[in-house]
Design a protein around this ligand. Structure first.
Ligand code: ATP
Ligand code: MG
Length: 494
């Protein structure tokens, strides 16, 4: 696409220099620039992309996008925009032909349950015969074909998001479900996505280092509603889907949008489970919706998955999936890899692997397992190097909800795992080290220890790694397979 044409499609952009050069890619990382790329100089937290313009040009950048007041480099044409961060997604979207305008797009945000809800909704769509796509922490799926998300980010940078949307359009996808973090919303990584549906799980008090207060965090998430309300009309009603039982509801409901649907278990809501029955492997209920009722039997355990199912059902109904198909689609959903996945190697106690790595998610995963545990509830977990998690809160949650816990290592990166474990331990109240809990830094040894301690009727939860295939250490990323480690420990014990 010609630089001038690209600039024409981006609000506030002007060309400085030769607009007739051909642009084949949009790249904010100077180390990844290829010949033909437009290098977008984005001011980051650590460094300003404008400083890397010479590197980008050396690497073959055909043109650069710079902020309005920046110095234009000699010899290459430039696009000037008021904010390069804001323009990054717009430029990529424009280059790829605005893919999200050719799809119906649902964004899923919240503190917990985003990935699960995203894949549930995508599964229901596919099961109903609607070609669907999804992007999540775990995977990208395009028309049923899965690629691992190895980016380390749930919502990747804007150009990748647009590239995936383009792939979806090329593959004939009609509906896309995008897991959207609040970081991504703040950093405008999805600003050039024309959302039709903005769906919310819960909005707990996590990630509060990045967002100074809960109100800021909530405001960041709420931008998804504003994006949906103001995006291109695709002949489908713009809908916000809100959790009526969550503290976020009142604030989120103030954001104007054409249609607002609520779901809940304990409050009166548009989507509600009637005659809800829970088992240790799932649940069943009559689903009440604004368009009638359908029977749902879920093969994924835990009450929070009832919430996720209600949210996914509302997303699918808003995307015009027939009501009966929602019931049958949910029934065949087998869960997301590493989300309360059961490990069964013939042992006489239960072992679950779960991705829960925030205080809230850890507490809810334990609370879910409790009613179906005859014996003791044991948990192995650690806190990651990312400082936006409430470490003492995780210790507090384990102390409150487990009978025995082992604090261990989880993606420490350059931080000392012992220091991280101490931070977690600082939140533990009313429990004695050695008696009620242990600290075993080596994760393999910690899992072995928990399996060794388990007795018939006990439940062991291995929390934090879930689907991940690596452990992020100071020296780089090492292969990790939580399920294989757990199975080996069970075999060793036998
Ligand atoms: N609706 C929910 N409410 C509370 N906890 C939940 C909910 N859904 C899932 N969880 C817990 O959180 C864990 C993570 O679930 P999931 O991966 O779906 O969430 P996420 O929002 O995508 O998380 P992340 O922020 O890490 O991407 C689950 O394994 C479970 O323990
Ligand atoms: Mg996720």
């Amino acid at each position: 696409m010609l630089l001038a044409d690209l600039a024409r499609g981006v609000p506030g952009a002007t060309v400085d220099g030769d607009g007739s050069v051909d642009i084949t890619g949009v790249q904010p990382d100077s180390r990844r620039v290829k010949a033909g790329d437009l290098f977008v100089a984005v001011p980051g937290i650590r460094a300003d992309g404008h400083a890397f313009i010479p590197d980008a040009i050396t690497a073959g950048a055909t043109a650069v996008a710079i902020e309005s007041d920046a110095q234009k480099p000699d010899g290459v044409p430039a696009i000037r925009v008021p904010s390069t961060r804001g323009a990054l997604g717009e430029l990529a979207a424009e280059l790829y032909g605005r893919p999200s305008r050719h799809l119906r797009v649902a964004g899923i945000t919240g503190t917990d349950g985003k990935t699960t809800t995203t894949h549930m909704a995508e599964h229901v769509l596919q099961a109903s015969g609607i070609v669907a796509g999804a992007m999540s922490t775990v995977a990208y799926r395009v028309s049923g074909k899965e690629t691992d998300n190895t980016s380390g980010q749930t919502t990747t940078e804007a150009p990748q998001v647009q590239a995936w949307l383009k792939q979806m359009v090329d593959a004939g996808v009609r509906c896309a479900v995008i897991e959207t973090t609040s970081h991504a919303l703040v950093q405008e990584r999805v600003a050039a996505c024309d959302f039709d549906i903005a769906a919310f799980t819960n909005v707990g008090h996590d990630h509060l280092d990045y967002h100074a207060t809960w109100d800021d965090y909530l405001a960041a998430k709420a931008r998804l509603i504003d994006l949906a309300a103001s995006s291109a009309d695709k002949g489908i009603e713009k809908t916000a889907i809100l959790n009526r039982d969550d503290v976020s509801y009142a604030k989120l409901a103030q954001h104007p949008i054409s249609r607002r649907w609520s779901y809940g278990l304990t409050s009166e809501a548009d989507f509600q489970p009637l005659e809800l029955g829970m088992t240790d492997t799932g649940s069943h209920f009559r689903l009440k919706t604004p368009l009638g009722e359908t029977y749902v039997s879920l093969a994924v355990p835990a009450r929070f998955n009832v919430y996720n199912a209600l949210c996914a059902a509302a997303v699918c109904l808003a995307l015009e999936v027939p009501l009966e198909d929602i019931g049958t689609g949910l029934a065949s959903f087998e869960g997301v890899r590493g989300r309360l996945g059961r490990v069964d190697a013939g042992q006489d106690f239960r072992v679950f692997i779960d991705f829960a790595h925030s205080a809230g998610a850890l507490a809810s995963a334990l609370a879910e397992l409790r009613p179906f545990t005859q014996g003791r509830l044991l948990v192995v977990f650690g806190s990651t190097a990312r400082s936006d998690h409430d470490r003492p809160g995780m210790g507090r949650a384990a102390a409150q909800f487990a009978d025995f816990f082992i604090i261990t290592t989880d993606d420490p990166l350059a931080e000392d795992p012992v220091d991280i474990a101490r931070d977690v331990q600082s939140g533990v109240e009313g429990k004695a080290a050695g008696l009620d809990y242990e600290i075993v830094i080596d994760r393999r040894a910690a899992i072995r220890r928990a399996i060794e301690l388990a007795r018939p009727g006990d439940t062991v939860l291995l929390a934090g790694k879930g689907h991940e295939r690596t452990m992020q250490m100071a020296g780089g990323s090492e292969p990790w397979d939580e399920r294989a480690v757990a199975e080996a420990a069970i075999r060793e014990r036998a």
